[in-house]
Design a protein around this ligand. Structure first.
Ligand SMILES: NC(=O)c1ccc[n+]([C@@H]2O[C@H](COP(=O)([O-])OP(=O)(O)OC[C@H]3O[C@@H](n4cnc5c(N)ncnc54)[C@H](OP(=O)(O)O)[C@@H]3O)[C@@H](O)[C@H]2O)c1
Length: 341
């Protein structure tokens, strides 16, 4: 990289391409130019590459970066920041050697939380997904018996938070590959990992759904895991906006996005359905604190979930392969972007 051009990944029809362009120039009076160092690949990035995500674009957002320059004294060069993509600023993708954010000073402060000293970049890159899991954990009662349906990154981060909250956690998945990949992690050593087809008649007071999408089979499997009365179904993972609970007119995506609470009676079960969506500034602060502190049951930490590292050209190849094959990579991949990569 030199100070006139930088490489960045661009969404193009059918995939992505690596482009080189001049540094973005601010057009607003307040702005921050960040040099992304380490950026996590999120399942929503894959949805965007496949054009199957119909909300705002967040392509390249699990970022840890260093401030290069800014119009504001709050952002001195070298300050280490992550990104809260829920704050409405104008920004370019963090799958790039430079990313420019423009907005009001207050928005920029909210969008770029500082990374605490002592938190390595690889761990800090989990701040955003962990903040969303913090928001979700807030909907689960401390000490409860919880099944998490969906053993992707979101489900695992939630399992860690709920253990910290004194819950008994069981991680449930529809297919074995993710559970097998997680079986050797110290992070989840004491968390039972069970195929949904093998849970049997066991029930839980709370079930959290963290799957990438919800279909009739997944909903039915999650609903059956709940106690007959007094249970709580927490909706975290993706749901199509027009998907209805089978046999009813109940649209679940509205409950999730609106973070609503509603009672549902179905097939002899009555439970509260609770939505969780996004993260607040307080959730980001709580996530930063979790990442800065040791975990009581392992000397390792959340970066144990990283299964692969790529550079920007490697990311382009990985994403285009996923589009071509229709197969998502399993586990967290980190993109190394900083200088000298
Ligand atoms: N509420 C929020 O604020 C928030 C924040 C961040 C992310 N999310 C959402 O959370 C979801 C999970 O994210 P992630 O990063 O954990 O994804 P991930 O690592 O790719 O994991 C995907 C999980 O979903 C399961 N899955 C995929 N398609 C499925 C289907 N059709 N039916 C049932 N299960 C299916 C997978 O099971 P297999 O192993 O069997 O394939 C796996 O357990 C995404 O939809 C994401 O958009 C929500």
């Amino acid at each position: 990289m030199n100070e006139s051009s930088s490489r960045r990944l661009e969404l193009v029809p059918g995939g992505v391409q690596l482009g080189t362009g001049p540094w973005q120039r601010p057009t607003s009076p307040s702005w921050v130019l960040v040099l992304p160092q380490t950026v996590g690949l999120c399942s929503s990035d894959l949805k965007e590459v496949r054009r199957s995500r119909d909300v705002r674009s967040d392509f390249g957002h699990e970022m840890v970066g260093l401030v290069h320059s800014s119009s504001m004294d709050d952002f001195p060069p070298g300050l280490r920041v992550c990104l809260d993509p829920h704050v409405p600023v104008t920004r370019t993708t963090a799958f790039s050697e430079t990313t420019l954010l423009e907005g009001s000073p207050d928005q920029l402060r909210a969008a770029l939380p500082t990374v605490l000293d002592g938190t390595p970049d690889d761990r800090a890159a989990f701040t955003e997904p962990l903040a969303c899991a913090v928001n979700c954990a807030g909907k689960v009662l401390a000490g409860s018996d919880v099944a998490i349906v969906g053993a992707g990154t979101a489900g695992v981060l939630l399992a860690v938070l709920l253990r910290l909250k004194g819950c008994q956690v069981t991680l449930v998945n529809r297919s074995p590959e993710r559970l097998t990949a997680l079986s050797s992690t110290a992070l989840l050593r004491e968390v039972p990992k069970v195929l949904i087809s093998e849970v049997g008649t066991r029930t839980f007071s709370t079930v959290v759904v963290t799957t990438a999408s919800l279909d009739d089979t997944t909903f039915d499997g999650a609903w059956r895991l709940l106690s007959r009365t007094g249970g709580r179904l927490v909706l975290f993972g993706g749901i199509r906006s027009d998907w209805r609970v089978p046999g009813t007119h109940v649209l679940l995506d509205g409950i999730r996005r609106g973070e609503d609470v509603r009672e549902l009676e179905l097939g002899g079960r009555r439970a509260l359905v609770v939505g969780t969506h996004g993260a607040t500034g307080a959730d980001f602060a709580a996530a930063g604190a979790v990442l800065a502190a040791p975990l009581p049951w392992t000397a390792g930490h959340i970066e144990e979930l990283i299964v692969g590292r790529v550079t920007l050209p490697g990311l382009a190849a990985l994403l285009n392969d996923a589009v071509r094959t229709g197969v998502d990579p399993i586990g967290k991949h980190m993109v190394d972007i900083g200088l000298n990569q």
